[in-house]
Write a protein that binds this ligand. Structure first.
Ligand SMILES: Nc1ncnc2c1ncn2[C@@H]1O[C@H](COP(=O)(O)OP(=O)(O)OP(=O)(O)O)[C@@H](O)[C@H]1O
Ligand SMILES: [Mg+2]
Length: 340
């Protein structure tokens, strides 16, 4: 059984009435990887890559997801896409819990959710012509006839700023930025509503990064796309995102608008992350965190951030803070909660 809510038409690029609930709602999501040992590959523990995440992505908005390497950003994105299996929780897409759906029911949802990866070249089949890469999905779903592939591919390439001559070339003939444009054309061909962009510009030169970011924003305006924008680069996130969620060791520690979270971070971890980014005109002291990120296989008791937190008190060592709402934002920190 899947839950349903009144559903707007979707996926055809036309303006739709705005339902009041978010396009994507994640509820207490957990994705753990088993640690296996020995010849019998017995499970001896779990890497708690995503460990109880609740988040909402509003329609037509970009939610930035930031945090240090290994905190679980990619695992969260891949779980949304069905590329990793969740252990617990719910993912509501347009009001329907996709984790409770049968594969056949998920077919259209899968079309409506697309993902762009960090390394553009390896995500493209080296033996396929660009024309076939960008129309493969449409042909598989019967969205176009074979005879329409050439013209459809040309107009998809035009959408991402590439010319018709590219159609009969192979991925290795293009630069990183161009390969990323081809990946974007392929994703857009499915007429998605939601895209997970996982470090989608991180491997590109800075000038190319700006162009590809602008392309994402143009496509968002044109098609009303909703993005989950995963990045470790806070400057890029502040440029493209509306809201931002900060992740630490599988959990969200702060969430709010970009202006609030990046401009006035509340959680000690967010404050440290942001203090490391030079901002013209801002003179804040860099907060250097002690130690490494602990292993997600053995997260510390209490608040997972406490061993590195400059403000940790006894309560932080024993009790995990809940994500509380205060002045338009959410944060999980005993030292900031007045009613602890
Ligand atoms: N397939 C896997 N099997 C086992 N553990 C995994 C797997 N993929 C990721 N992990 C572990 O899960 C945790 C989260 O990894 P993930 O790749 O989601 O982090 P990330 O925030 O995307 O990092 P980065 O910024 O480096 O991309 C890490 O501890 C990682 O080692
Ligand atoms: Mg990652």
């Amino acid at each position: 059984m899947t839950e349903t809510r009144p559903n707007a038409e979707h996926g055809n690029g036309e303006a739709q009435p705005e339902p009041s609930f978010p396009l994507v709602e994640i509820q207490d999501l957990k994705t753990w990887y088993p640690i296996r040992r020995g010849v019998l590959a017995r499970t001896v523990g779990q890497v708690k890559a995503v460990d109880g995440v609740s988040l909402a992505v509003k329609r037509g908005e970009t939610l930035g997801l930031v945090g240090e390497s290994g905190c679980g950003k990619t695992t969260l994105g891949r779980t949304l896409m069905g590329l990793e299996q969740a252990n617990e929780g719910r993912i509501l897409f347009d009001g329907q819990n996709i984790l409770a759906m049968k594969p056949a029911e998920k077919k259209d949802i899968r079309r409506r959710m697309q993902m762009i990866f960090q390394d553009p070249l390896t995500s493209l089949n080296p033996r396929m012509l660009v024309r076939d890469i960008v129309t493969e999905g449409m042909r598989a779903l019967g969205m176009i006839r074979d005879s329409e592939a050439e013209d459809t591919a040309a107009s998809l390439l035009a959408e991402v700023g590439m010319n018709r001559e590219s159609l009969t070339r192979y991925p290795h003939e293009f630069s990183g930025g161009q390969c990323q444009r081809i990946s974007i054309a392929r994703a857009v061909s499915m007429r998605p509503d939601f895209m997970v962009l996982d470090e989608a510009v991180s491997a590109l030169d800075v000038s190319v990064q700006a162009q590809v970011l602008n392309l994402f924003m143009d496509l968002q305006d044109k098609y009303g796309l909703t993005y989950l924008f995963i990045s470790h680069n806070l400057s890029v996130v502040s440029h493209i995102a509306d809201h931002v969620a900060v992740m630490y060791l599988g959990k969200i520690v702060e969430y709010g608008t970009v202006a609030d979270v990046i401009g006035h971070p509340v959680h000690p971890y967010t404050q440290a992350l942001i203090s490391a980014v030079p901002v013209p005109g801002r003179r804040t002291q860099r907060i250097i965190l002690k130690g490494e990120t602990p292993s997600a296989a053995r997260p510390p008791l209490g608040c997972a951030f406490h061993p590195r937190c400059p403000e940790a008190a006894d309560v932080c060592r024993t009790r995990a803070p809940r994500l509380e709402i205060s002045s338009h934002r959410l944060f999980a920190c005993h030292m900031r909660n007045h009613d602890r």
